[in-house]
Structures are given as structure tokens and as C-alpha cells.
Design a protein around this ligand. Structure first.
Ligand code: NAG
Ligand code: NAG
Ligand code: NAG
Ligand code: NAG
Ligand code: NAG
Ligand code: NAG
Ligand code: NAG
Length: 922
């Protein structure tokens, strides 16, 4: 059975346009001229910098127990690639890779506010923990039994922590809740400028304080927020300034510092699209896990992109990727205001102020364009001709389909200054309508409140609303049951697996609609959504399990959590499906921490991958170990989860966006060793699982998945997630030739240039010189990957008699080429768009002479052999001409002298990785 078609997939795409977390995260940008150098063996970083004779300066010494290296900044960007090449050739250098930047993950801030007039959600009598996310995950049971993670150190790599917040301990340093850590970057760091570490990991963004509160918020708060592991010590490793991104050399340093400070657990709610465990940052995290410290990383918030969109560093091997589930409850922090109906005053309501929010002194009647409270696109069209002047009203608009800005623009066209949106989902969000001319204040109320007002208006009654200045209004918390999505996977949670069919994510925890601490300057408390909010709960659970079981071994704990987690049904658009959500979405399911802490049956793995058809590994083994005191008889079973097609039909090359195309045609499993066995105390047994994948169209790359169930007579119900792919990953096209083309660096148009266009380049070596900018135009190569590619190459191929007499570069494709364009090969690329501006420079450091060329782009397919030309997809640009402004002749002469030696393009591929220009023009 097929469930949901393309039409619904499209609808989901449109619905996303009006969510606060807009669109899919772009591939992480590269920092120009910045490289991470990993040493083969330890060496003196100063000596390395000296050897570069002033060509590069030190960004950061990265010499740690588990990583030896440095990051460098090439001083003259014109020489970036050649300096990187020089470093790569140095003895004792293992590899050189570009520095990439990661953003604070797109998360939704629903509402924030401090407790001026708190209506506190009371904990149940007896003081037991009834915090809803704890009830969902059994975390409450630890606290009720006095287990708080005492003695465990959790490092939080994030935006810092507002440690002066009373619920975060009120101080920083030994003896405090936030007892250790560092600020690696300083307030003014934006991801590109020079970090100024200042030792003070105070948070000015909010993200890190929210994350930290989920782990360890203390009871002294008015909203009943309870940290999962209140007894732990936190380490705050601050890697973001007040705005902007963080580069992976800073992340690598933070991880190693956290490891060396003796952290027992490291958590990071940071990531960017990747899909490759080989990503350098992910590889560092893997190494830390291999050295005994569990690392949990948020799975990513790109669920809308569909399957195969794993995020780094969560996609690292042995790294525990945490998916998000929506809270059973919808906490909402609202500002107090009032309204009257037909002059009967006195009803209170709450709102979440948006941006702008000049709501003080505003008392106006409500006006609404239509009374349909189910209209999915309410207010998306221009208002009718006969609409009155709306400046005397507060316009009420339902959320949905088009952007808030679009809706506000339509209202403003009829004079509206004040707009209140009502939600079409649980809770509220902070709406932005900045830049809409004439609009001075926006806000959101809950769906219930909005619908109640619509009823009054529909009945012909007048509703007059008296708003309040949100910065001064009393705030209160409402806690409604989340009947829409509570307990189900959050729509935004990113889907795995990796391109090499490794199971991602591992486990899920609540991350949708989470109430936690927020910096005092930003309201002290906030309700946020994201896998960022899920990950810290998992970190807290690791601490609790360490307390109970006395082990800190990452593998043991991950295996326990995976085996005891509860898979849930798939849900989309308010409906739950009659089948389990695919393993690539939920991993093992919602963690059950108490069961994990007390399970006496241990499995030797946390998941199984049967790989794809080409690399089919149909038999997988795992061990069942009875560590209990009694004999247990186990029965094995199988529960299929939805199979998810990667492609809609064979002509499509991009994976189907959320919610995808799902079917209930499952794999079948057989247990060669029998499906029932008895283990005396202390005994183990190897279980051999043989899979028969579903007979489905291999061209569509269906990803099947499900759970091996292991029920014991001791009452245990364990399940082990598995997945596999029908078809060959190698058969999937990775490059879209129609969207891979040369355009102009200058005009904004996303269109290929006409054939025979002439680009006038800056003199060789002066492409970054602003004095030439007005007079030059460079080819910009847009590359569109439909699936991840481990390697992209762009060859420069002369046309006609261009570059005659210049040596050709050998390549597997038999191309008549003078080399790769600088910036290639680009390694470990996520799917999606990327852009490279070409100033005529070649990968080996010389410049292409003036003349006519085309660029031939080759992208390696998944599991492709880099030496095998059949394993690449190709796209060709039109022929275009380049010439240089005068000034660069010296370099061109040098080229002519040196080009006699043939250069092998494939050389250095193992050691080097490419520089990539951020998508915006330089
Ligand atoms: C190159 O140009 C960028 C953008 O204009 C500028 O930020 C950077 O400092 C320049 N670098 C060099 C080495 O000239
Ligand atoms: C609180 O939790 C403890 C331990 O689970 C339990 O024994 C006790 O009955 C609970 N108290 C209430 C009031 O629910
Ligand atoms: C699938 O097989 C390929 C080729 O042997 C291997 O590189 C990859 O790691 C395998 N994936 C898993 C999850 O075992
Ligand atoms: C799985 O176990 C069986 C015996 O139980 C053994 O013959 C086989 O080699 C094992 N396979 C793997 C991949 O370890
Ligand atoms: C194991 O227990 C679960 C939950 O009680 C049940 O759904 C499943 O059918 C059981 N499996 C076997 C093989 O008994
Ligand atoms: C291509 O452009 C060059 C330089 O502008 C011009 O001399 C030539 O005639 C053009 N060729 C064609 C086929 O349009
Ligand atoms: C380049 O453009 C800027 C503004 O666009 C202008 O002020 C400047 O004079 C121009 N320079 C040249 C050399 O044309």
C-alpha cells in the first residue's frame, strides 16, 4: 500500500514556507583561505608556520591528545590553494582540509518571557517529577528515586550558558553548576573574523542556555522546569559569538578541550547537511567516542528534505544522533492582555509578541477577511476591493500556506498597522513581519483563542482588544495537552541514513515544544523546538544511566538505550498512519531511560545495516547476553516499519521531500539460530538474522527498515532497529546537468550564460583586488547535486587552439584538459546547490591562458571508485572565452615556463580537499 502521494508532499513543502524555520539548511560554507592541517605525528606548530615563510598565519593550534594539528589562515587569498598544496606535501602532514562554518541550527522560538505574574504549573503532590518530557522518557523515575547524575561532567558545546540565571546555578567555576568550560571565540565573533577567547562562556544568543536547562535546570524557577540530571556538573564550551556561525576548527578544538577536561559526556546541538561519516569534524567526534566518552549530537532540523539528509557531526560513526519527538504538552508563555465583546469588558487572553511589537496603548476592534477557521491559505490573496480602511482595526489572520510577511503585506495594502495571527498548530510562535511598510505591531495567539474570536465576529458581535506592551506585561504559562502531535516524531527532524547506508539517527527524545531556561536578558524562560532541544535530554539520560549502572562505556549505554526505546507510528498532517515510522526517521524510537538503566539483557549492537544490493550483507549477527540472576527464555520476532522510497519515479533524481512515499511492504527476517532460546544467568548467544528485502522497484531505491523484537520471560521487551536499501546506491545519479552550468559572477540571474560569452577576468593573482571589480566579470560555476558525492571535479578544457603548447593533465576520462579549476576536487559533498567562482586559476596553482574553454564537471557516484570513469556523472558548461585585464603577465609567463612537466590531476586527492566559495558572490 502506498501512503500519501506527491500532492501531499508538495503541500508539506508549501506549509514549510510559513514556518519560522524556513526551508532546508544550505551546505556549510567554506572559510576562504582557512585550512585545518592534521599531522601524521606530533610536531611543532610554530616551526610549521615558520616554514611557510609568512604566507600563512596560525588560526589555532590544535594539538591535543586525540588530534594533532593546527588551523592556518593563508594571508593572501590568491595563494590559498597553492599554500594548502605546499602544506599537504610537507612531511608529517596527514591531510589538509578546508575550514567550514556551521550555523546555530534553525530552531523555532515559540515564546519567551520572565515570570512577572507566574501561574506555575504545580508538580504533583509528593514532589514527584511530572515534567511532561520526563514522563515520556521515564526520566521522572530517576529523580523520584534520588538519582540526579551526581559526579558526572557533561560538556555542552554551544552558544555558552547564562550561568548567572538562578536556575543555572548563579555562578561559574568550581563548586557551581556550570563548573568548567571556556569561551573559544568572544562576543563579537561571527564565524569569519578573528576569535577573541575571553574565558567567560556567558551566553548572549539563548540556544545554549535553553539546552543547558534541559540537562540541569534547578527547581528554583516559577514554571516547574526540571533538569533531567540536576546533580551533574556542566562544562560550557562556547563556540558562537552573539551572532553568526562557527568554523569546524573551533568545534574540533572545543571537543578536544572538553575531552581533556575529563568530561564524561559531550553534547552538541550543532550541525550542517552532510551525509558522510568521513566529514573531518565527524571523524574527530568518532575518535573521542572510541576513547570512551559518549558524544550525542542533534540529528538536524531538515526533515522537510526527506530521506538521506543526515547532518554532521551526528552522521559520524559511533556518534549518537538524536532525533526529535513532539512534547505531550504544549507549554506557551504568553503576555497578558484583555478584550471585550459588544462592550462587555473583562476577558483576559494571552499573546506572543512578534517583530515589530509596538503594542502599548493599542485598543482596537478586530477585523477579519473571512470567517473560515479551516482555510489553509487565509489572507494569502490580496484583500477584496470593498475592504474598509484597516488602520482603525487589529486584523486577525490565520496562519498557514504563505509567509507571515505575505499575509501582513496584503493587510497593510488596505491600511493595517496592527495584526494578530492565530495559530493552526499547538502553541504560538514569534512571528516576524519586519520590513512590511506601515505595520507597527504583530503578535500571535493560540488556535483556540483565534477560533473563539472568529465565532464572535461571525455572529456579528464586535470584539475590541486591549493590547499591552509586551516588555512590561505580566507573563503567564499555559500548558495544554498536545493532541495534535504529542509523542510523534517532529516533522522537522532530519532523516538518515548516511549515503553509505549507516543507520542514522540512533534514538529520539522530546525536542518539539520544549520549555526551558533562557538568558535573563532575553526573558529568562522560553519555549523552543528543534533537535537541538532533544539532544540535551539524551545527554542527561546518559548521566543518569552512568549513575545507575556504574559504566560510562559509550557502546554499552547506546546499545541499552536503543534496545529499550519505543518505536512509534508515523504521523503526518495530523493523522497517524497504521505503521511504524521508518528507522531513518526515528532510529530506535523514543528512549525509555529507566528501562535502559535496569535492563539485564544486553545486546552487542545498537542497530543493523544490510547495506544496498551491490554490497548486500544479508546475514547480520548480534549477541544477546543475560546478565541477570535468573534464567530467561527469549523469543525473537520482527516488526516491520514503513519502507520509504527514495525517488518518486525513475525520472526523478532528487529524493522525495517529507513526508515521502511510504509503503507497508516490509522485509522479512529469519533467525537461522531459531526464534526461541533460553539463557542461564551470565550466558550469551549469537543470533544470526537473515533478511529477505521486499521485492520492490530497485530503481526507486526503497529503504526498508524495522525492528528485531526480543521478548524475555523476565518481562523485557527489547527491539533492535535495522535497515537496508533495495537497489544500488551507485545507480543513483548524483549530478543534475540541467542545473550545473556557468553563469556570470556579476549578474544576479540564475541562468547559464549564452555560448561564446566573454569573461574579462582580473589580472592573474588579483581576483580579490577591489580596484578591478567594476571592470571584471568571472564565470561562476553552479553545481547541483541530487545526492551526496564524495568528490566533485571541474576540469578546464581548452577549445580550438586555446592553450596550444601547454601540457595536458592526465585524467581517467581522457579529457583534453589543462587541469582542474581551483577549488577542486571538492570532497564529501552534501546534496544540494553549491557555487564556485573561477578566476582562471587552476588547481595546481597556475592560470589558464586567455582563450576559449568549457568546464567539464564530474561528480563521483556513491560507492563509486574514484579511478573508474563510469562511476562519475558529468555535466558540461557552454563554451566561453576568458581574457585578463592587463597586469598579470608575470604569472602567465611563469606558467609557460613551468608547464612542461605533466601534472596528474588525481594527485593529492587523498591528501587535499577543495576550497569552496560560499553561495553568495564574493
Ligand atoms: C579578499 O576579499 C574579501 C572580500 O572583499 C576580503 O574580506 C578579504 O580580506 C580579501 N582578502 C585578501 C587577502 O585580500
Ligand atoms: C513518588 O515516586 C515514588 C517513587 O517512584 C513513589 O513511591 C511515590 O508513590 C510517588 N509519590 C506520589 C505522590 O506519586
Ligand atoms: C556498505 O558497503 C560498503 C562497501 O563495502 C562499505 O563501504 C560501507 O561501509 C557499507 N555500509 C555499512 C553500513 O556497512
Ligand atoms: C554469524 O554467525 C554465524 C554462526 O552463528 C557464523 O557462521 C557467521 O560467520 C557469522 N557471520 C558474521 C558476519 O559474523
Ligand atoms: C514481544 O512483545 C511485544 C510487546 O508486548 C509484542 O508486540 C510482540 O508481538 C512480542 N513478540 C514476540 C515474538 O512475542
Ligand atoms: C565568439 O566570440 C568571439 C569574441 O567575442 C568572436 O570573435 C567570435 O566571432 C564569436 N564566435 C561566434 C561563433 O559567435
Ligand atoms: C566602481 O564602482 C563604484 C560604485 O559602484 C564607483 O564608485 C567607482 O568609481 C567605480 N570604479 C571604477 C574604476 O569604475
Amino acid at each position: 500500500m502506498l501512503w500519501y502521494g506527491a500532492a501531499l508532499a508538495l503541500l508539506a513543502g508549501r506549509a514549510i514556507a510559513n514556518s519560522v524555520t524556513d526551508g532546508v539548511t544550505d551546505p556549510p560554507a567554506i572559510v576562504p583561505g582557512a585550512y585545518i592541517v592534521e599531522y601524521e605525528v606530533d610536531q611543532d606548530t610554530d616551526a610549521l608556520i615558520d616554514k611557510l615563510g609568512g604566507e600563512a598565519s596560525l588560526r589555532r593550534d590544535l594539538r591535543f591528545k586525540l588530534f594533532k594539528g593546527a588551523s592556518i589562515q593563508v594571508n593572501n587569498l590568491e595563494h590559498a590553494e597553492s599554500v594548502a598544496a605546499k602544506v599537504a606535501e610537507m612531511p608529517k602532514v596527514k591531510r589538509v582540509f578546508p575550514v567550514r562554518k556551521y550555523a546555530v541550527p534553525h530552531h523555532t522560538v515559540h515564546s519567551t518571557g520572565s515570570a512577572v505574574e507566574a501561574i506555575v504549573s504545580k508538580r504533583a503532590a509528593g514532589g514527584n517529577d511530572t515534567f511532561s518530557t520526563h514522563l515520556m522518557t521515564q526520566v521522572n523515575k530517576f529523580r523520584d528515586n534520588g538519582i540526579t547524575g551526581k559526579g558526572i561532567k557533561i560538556a555542552v558545546i554551544d552558544t555558552g550558558i547564562d550561568y548567572l540565571h538562578p536556575a543555572m546555578g548563579g555562578c561559574f567555576g568550581p563548586g557551581c553548576l556550570v563548573s568548567y568550560g571556556a569561551d573559544l571565540v568572544g562576543d563579537n565573533f561571527d564565524g569569519s573574523n578573528t576569535p577573541r577567547p575571553d574565558g567567560d562562556p556567558m551566553d548572549c544568543q539563548g540556544h545554549g542556555t535553553h539546552v543547558a536547562g534541559t540537562i540541569a535546570a534547578q527547581d528554583n524557577n516559577p514554571y516547574g522546569i526540571i533538569g533531567a540530571a540536576q546533580g551533574v556538573e556542566l562544562g560550557a564550551y562556547r563556540v558562537f559569538g552573539c551572532e553568526g556561525d562557527t568554523p569546524n576548527d573551533v568545534l574540533i578544538a572545543a571537543y578536544n578541550m572538553a575531552y581533556e577536561a575529563g568530561s564524561d559526556i559531550i553534547t552538541a546541538s550543532i550541525g550542517g547537511p552532510s551525509g558522510w561519516a568521513e566529514d573531518p569534524w565527524a571523524a574527530v567526534v568518532t575518535r573521542i567516542v572510541e576513547n570512551g566518552v559518549p558524544c550525542v549530537v542533534s540529528a538536524g532540523n531538515d526533515g522537510s528534505a526527506g530521506i538521506f539528509y543526515a547532518s554532521t557531526a551526528a552522521n559520524g560513526r559511533k556518534v549518537t544522533a538524536i532525533a526529535s519527538i513532539d512534547n505531550w504538552m504544549t507549554p506557551t508563555l504568553l503576555a497578558n492582555a484583555s478584550f471585550s465583546v459588544d462592550n462587555k469588558p473583562g476577558s483576559d487572553f494571552g499573546f506572543t509578541a512578534g517583530d515589530p511589537s509596538a503594542w502599548g496603548e493599542v485598543t482596537k476592534p478586530l477585523w477579519i477577511v473571512s470567517h473560515d477557521t479551516t482555510d489553509p491559505a487565509h489572507g494569502c490573496d490580496p484583500y477584496p476591493e470593498d475592504t474598509p480602511d484597516l488602520s482603525g482595526y487589529i486584523v486577525l489572520i490565520r496562519r498557514g500556506t504563505c509567509t507571515f510577511v505575505q499575509k501582513a503585506t496584503n493587510a497593510a495594502a488596505k491600511g493595517a498597522k496592527h495584526i494578530v495571527f492565530y495559530n493552526n498548530q499547538p502553541g504560538t510562535v514569534i512571528v516576524s513581519a519586519t520590513g512590511v511598510e506601515g505595520v507597527t505591531a504583530v503578535a500571535m495567539v493560540t488556535a483556540d483563542q483565534g477560533e473563539a474570536w472568529v465565532r464572535e465576529l461571525e455572529a456579528g458581535r464586535q470584539v475590541v482588544v486591549t493590547m499591552t506592551d509586551p516588555s512590561r506585561a505580566g507573563k503567564f504559562l499555559i500548558y495544554a495537552e498536545n493532541t495534535v502531535s504529542g509523542g510523534f516524531l517532529s516533522d522537522f527532524t532530519s532523516w538518515g541514513p548516511t549515503y553509505e547506508v549507516e543507520v542514522k539517527p540512533q534514538i529520539a527524545t522530546p525536542g518539539g515544544l520544549i520549555l526551558s531556561t533562557y538568558p535573563r536578558a532575553l526573558g529568562s524562560y522560553g519555549v523552543l523546538s528543534g533537535t537541538s532541544m532533544a539532544c540535551p535530554l539524551a545527554a542527561g539520560v546518559y548521566a543518569l544511566i552512568m549513575n545507575v549502572r556504574g559504566t560510562k562505556d559509550p557502546k554499552t549505554i547506546e546499545n541499552l538505550l536503543s534496545a529499550t526505546s519505543k518505536p512509534n507510528l508515523f504521523r503526518f498532517s495530523g493523522q497517524s498512519a497504521p505503521f511504524l515510522a521508518p528507522v531513518p526517521q526515528q532510529g530506535a524510537g523514543l528512549i525509555q531511560a529507566w528501562d535502559a538503566a535496569h535492563s539485564t539483557t544486553l545486546l552487542s549492537v545498537s542497530s543493523l545495516s544490510f547495506n544496498d544490493t551491490e554490497h548486500f550483507a544479508p546475514v547480520q549477527n548480534f549477541t544477546v547476553h543475560n546478565t541477570g540472576k535468573t534464567e530467561v527464555t527469549y523469543s525473537l520476532g520482527h516488526h516491520g516499519a514503513a519502507t520509504a522510497y527514495t525517488f518518486l519515479d525513475p525520472s526523478f533524481t532528487t529524493p522525495v521531500p517529507f513526508p515521502g512515499i511510504l509503503t507497508q511492504e516490509y522485509a522479512s527476517l529469519t533467525f537461522a539460530t531459531g526464534d526461541r532460546f533460553t539463557l542461564p544467568p551470565g550466558h550469551r548467544k549469537i543470533v544470526s538474522v537473515r533478511v529477505q528485502p521486499p521485492a520492490l522497484d530497485a530503481k526507486l531505491l526503497p529503504v526498508y527498515s524495522g525492528y528485531v523484537t526480543i521478548n524475555g520471560t523476565d518481562g523485557s521487551n527489547l527491539s533492535l532497529p535495522y535497515l537496508g536499501v533495495v537497489g544500488n546506491m551507485r545507480s543513483a545519479k548524483v549530478l543534475d546537468p540541467a542545473r550545473t552550468y556557468v553563469r556570470s559572477s556579476k549578474t544576479g540571474a540564475e541562468l547559464p550564460v549564452p555560448p561564446n560569452t566573454t569573461f574579462v577576468l582580473p589580472p592573474a593573482g588579483f581576483s580579490n583586488d577591489t580596484s578591478y571589480r567594476n571592470r571584471t566579470e568571472m564565470p561562476r560555476l553552479n553545481v547541483q547535486l541530487t545526492m551526496g558525492s564524495a568528490q566533485i571535479r571541474a576540469y578546464v578544457v581548452p577549445v580550438g587552439n586555446t592553450a596550444d603548447g601547454i601540457a595536458r593533465v592526465s585524467n581517467p576520462f581522457g579529457l583534453n584538459t589543462i587541469g582542474l579549476a581551483e577549488g577542486f576536487p571538492a570532497m564529501w559533498n552534501p546534496r544540494g546547490p553549491s557555487a564556485f567562482i573561477w578566476d582562471g586559476k587552476l588547481e595546481h596553482g597556475e592560470f589558464a591562458p586567455a582563450g576559449k574553454y568549457r568546464l567539464v564537471v564530474k561528480a563521483l557516484r556513491i560507492f563509486g571508485n574514484p579511478e573508474n570513469k563510469e562511476d562519475y556523472d558529468e555535466a558540461q558548461s557552454v563554451e566561453f572565452n576568458i581574457r585578463y585585464l592587463s597586469g598579470g603577465s608575470a604569472k602567465l609567463r611563469r606558467w609557460k615556463e613551468r608547464c612542461r612537466d605533466e601534472v596528474t590531476a588525481a594527485e593529492g586527492v587523498q591528501k587535499r580537499s577543495a576550497i569552496r566559495i560560499p553561495t553568495e558572490d564574493r
